[in-house]
Design a protein around this ligand. Structure first.
Ligand code: PLP
Length: 456
């Protein structure tokens, strides 16, 4: 849709007057100058002013197959015409049933039980509620604490937000602190002076085990971890971290939830990163975002058969898992997800990501040489430039806003990034070509240099 300037001014006013955006900055409520994005094709989006920009973050880490995909749009329209919606509580529909089957085919181990949700937060919430429900049935009602990590992001429901570890987000909202415990930062870049990466890894694994022992394994229900801490600044833990943490968890009868809301559906070149990249089979995987390439909301938690078998049939004690949503397994979302998966396979998108990852990673690494950059890190098609003035300091807590300065220069040259305080993160659509990766990095490189000039 193209808006005329006059109409567009109205829209901006309506947005400011009535739309409370996520993470709304209350001091500026009603005075925002947000960029309106009204169209898109492939890796590009078009603003209301007609500017065409590469979408560095793929929306919000989610538009895997790019914008303007008519096949997904048609699949959704077809499903809406056939059967847009019916209650999933007592009835069924073939689209989500097929999707559950397709997902179960692509997970590892016995991760075969799919519970559909409306997004990532509700997937995390449902995973944790399931675990607590299971412990109640198994006569261990005290086993309820979930261990998370500083800088983690798990969502925005009361429970998922309580499991998120970004200090800046905790200030003004209440937290269910009695249900959670947080482990210290796992960013290898911020390890102690002279500490080897192996020693840092040992320390991080020991942090988890000590926490379980201190709280008591009879009280700790689960450990939740993103394979890569994404919103926390694309923090890649040391090699072997997840495998060793899983071993610690299972040694103490603690379940492992792998939050793959960002990493699932291709971001690291595999359906799920847990097994294929990090060599673990968790007890539960949560996913959302890339599942439908962001075309329509959907999420899921994928639970091990074993966990479900422990509390079903004769062992169920008559219990009902009273958790679910009007739109659990929405047929239109399921149709979008099925088409998305079909496109992934037909077009070899996972293989493509694996092929272009070395180019993405080598251009990312080269940014570390720029004086303003404390650390340039990432994996697969996930990248972050961290311009903390002091790379060892807590980047999320330093209000220099260098990220916004870099992003402004990038936007002027045709690229959107996602600034987070002194960092910029990016995770382009998975269909990005090698040439487009170079285009993106050329702009980032130039924008960081321009920001350096601004700061002197
Ligand atoms: N988990 C992770 C790892 C995320 O990055 C996010 C969102 O960015 C969520 C959960 C929450 O997902 P949603 O915003 O779809 O509720």
């Amino acid at each position: 849709m193209t808006l005329t300037n006059t109409r567009f001014q109205d829209v901006r006013e309506w947005d400011n007057a009535h739309f409370i955006h996520p993470w709304e900055g209350m001091p500026f409520l009603g005075e925002n100058e947000r960029t309106f994005v009204e169209g898109g094709e492939g890796i590009y989006v078009t603003t209301e002013a007609g500017d065409r920009l590469i979408d560095g973050p793929a929306g919000m880490w989610c538009v895997q197959v790019g914008y303007g995909n008519t096949e997904i749009a048609e699949a959704m329209a077809h499903q809406a015409r056939e059967m847009a919606y019916f209650s999933p509580f007592n009835n069924a529909n073939s689209a989500p049933a097929r999707l559950a089957h397709e997902i179960a085919q692509r997970t590892s181990g016995d991760l075969n039980q799919v519970f559909f949700t409306t997004g990532g937060s509700t997937a995390v919430d449902s995973a944790v509620r399931f675990i607590k429900f299971r412990n109640n049935i198994m006569d261990r009602p005290e086993k309820k604490i979930v261990i998370s990590r500083q800088k983690a992001y798990h969502g925005s429901t009361y429970l998922a937000a309580s499991l998120s570890g970004k200090e800046r987000d905790k200030g003004w909202l209440d937290q269910a602190t009695h249900l959670t415990h947080f482990l210290p930062n796992v960013n290898p870049c911020q390890r102690a002076e002279g500490q080897s990466i192996e020693a840092f890894l040992d320390e991080k694994v020991a942090d988890l085990e000590s926490a379980i022992l201190e709280i008591g394994s009879d009280k700790v229900a689960a450990f939740i971890a993103e394979p890569i801490l994404c919103s926390g600044g694309v923090i890649v833990p040391p090699k072997g971290y997840h495998k060793r943490c899983l071993e610690v968890c299972h040694k103490h009868d603690v379940l492992y939830i792998s939050d793959e809301v960002v990493t699932g559906f291709g971001r690291l070149g595999h359906w799920f990163a847990s097994e294929d990249v990090f060599d673990i089979v968790p007890d539960i995987i949560t996913c959302a975002k890339g599942m439908t390439s962001g075309y329509v909301p959907m999420g899921a938690c994928i639970i091990s058969d074993r966990l479900v078998a422990d509390i079903s049939g004769d062992k169920a004690k008559g219990a009902t898992f009273s958790n679910g949503f009007t739109y659990s397994g929405h047929p239109v979302s399921a149709a979008a997800a099925l088409k998305n998966m079909e496109i992934f396979e037909r077009d070899g998108i996972l293989e493509h990501v694996r092929e272009i990852t070395p180019v993405f990673e080598s251009r990312l690494k080269a940014l570390s040489d720029l004086p303003l950059v404390g650390d340039a890190r990432g994996q697969g098609l996930l990248g972050c430039v961290d311009c903390a003035v002091d790379a060892k300091a807590d980047d999320l807590e330093q209000d220099k806003n260098i990220g916004a300065m870099i992003d402004a220069h990038c936007q002027a040259q045709g690229l959107i990034l996602r600034p987070i305080i002194n960092m910029c993160v990016f995770s382009p659509p998975l269909i990005i070509s090698e040439t487009q990766i170079h285009d993106m990095y050329d702009i980032i490189d130039k924008s960081i240099r321009m920001t350096t000039d601004d700061l002197v």
